[in-house]
Design a protein. Structure first.
Length: 329
């Protein structure tokens, strides 16, 4: 009886199969990564849309947008919160908002939860909301364990933002890098708001729609930011002087990473100190090529980091009377 010998794979055939699989994996991985990033970017866009709905509801109720902060120059008057706290009731966060003691000079430190003995075990500043983080920023949970972070910042617009130490004044020429006189208040510190270029300052002034003379559809309200680029301020949204309040302007080109901790090849190697606010207070994202922004009419647009600089400044200012040609979505 004849027996046929079973033939196995030769070493060369096995190596060929492995090579083919490796090539297929190499081809598929970028596509998978792109699909994942597209999903993350879509979620990030939806977060900004939620901010838009909350801000619109706040404005409809109060006839103006929320102020960026509260207090005088010593930051000492109550309740010491930022605009993101004020819109909590309009973001389906009434329960959290009701825990905030508005009679306290540090309302962000109000107790959220106590133990059986009445001792506070959790402060409101430890409570996160579902729309505050962009999933593309994988380092978002490492910034500060005592405050919940955010990837979204109110826009100062085309505002003067000198650095803390007087060095690295790269974007500090009036009417080139910031509006004059509309953006003259350093860092948006203007109680009345007359010298605030954009939608938010860092004091209690809140602006009605009538103050956006350039049109709501032409003005940035909120944009993306990366907390590790300005660790001179607490990376959170709870307090008037934390990053998510109004610590970003259109003065800094999009995705300028010079002051970002751990980033390679800074654009301006001599200016990496986060307290160089003239550089650190900018909008940034982990999305390739630009960042997403919420405009006053509720639309969310992706702006290229190569956008014309003057056009970007005009989008930041709410009353510069300049015509803006918005890029297509």
């Amino acid at each position: 009886m004849l027996r046929h010998k079973k033939r196995g794979f030769t070493l060369i055939e096995l190596l060929v199969v492995i090579a083919i699989i490796a090539v297929l994996v190499a081809l598929l991985l970028p596509a998978v990564q792109q699909a994942r990033e597209a999903a993350r970017r879509s979620q990030c866009k939806n977060n900004l849309k939620q901010y838009g709905l909350g801000l619109a509801s706040y404005e409809e109720t109060n006839k103006q947008f929320p102020g960026g902060g509260s207090g005088d120059w010593d930051w000492g008057t109550r309740p010491g919160i930022g605009w993101q706290v004020r819109i909590l009731p309009f973001m389906d966060q009434v329960t959290l908002y009701e825990k905030v003691d508005m009679n306290s000079n540090a309302a962000w430190d109000s107790c959220y939860q106590t133990d059986a003995s009445g001792n506070c075990t959790q402060r409101v500043r430890h409570k996160q909301v579902p729309y505050a983080l962009c999933p593309s920023d994988s380092a978002q949970h490492t910034y500060n364990t005592d405050w919940v972070p955010t990837n979204y910042n109110g826009s100062l617009g085309s505002q003067r933002t000198p650095p803390a130490n007087g060095a690295c004044n790269l974007f500090l020429t009036p009417n080139t890098h910031y509006e004059e006189p509309q953006g003259n208040a350093d860092h948006g510190n203007d109680i009345v708001g007359n010298n605030i270029s954009g939608a938010f300052g860092r004091m209690q002034a809140g602006f009605p729609i009538a103050a956006f003379t350039d049109g709501m559809s032409n003005t940035i309200l909120v944009g993306e930011m990366l907390p590790h680029c300005d660790l001179s301020h607490t990376p959170s949204w709870w307090q008037h002087n934390t990053q998510g309040n109004a610590h970003a302007s259109t003065v800094v080109p999009i995705n300028t990473m010079t002051t970002c901790r751990g980033e390679p090849n800074p654009e301006y190697p001599a200016c990496t100190d986060p307290a160089n606010w003239n550089i650190s207070w900018g909008f940034r994202s982990r999305h390739t090529g630009g960042a997403q922004f919420l405009f006053g009419d509720g639309t969310v647009r992706f702006l290229s980091q190569n956008i014309d600089y003057r056009t970007y400044q005009n989008m930041g200012g709410r009353r510069d009377n300049q015509v803006v040609n918005l890029p297509a979505d």
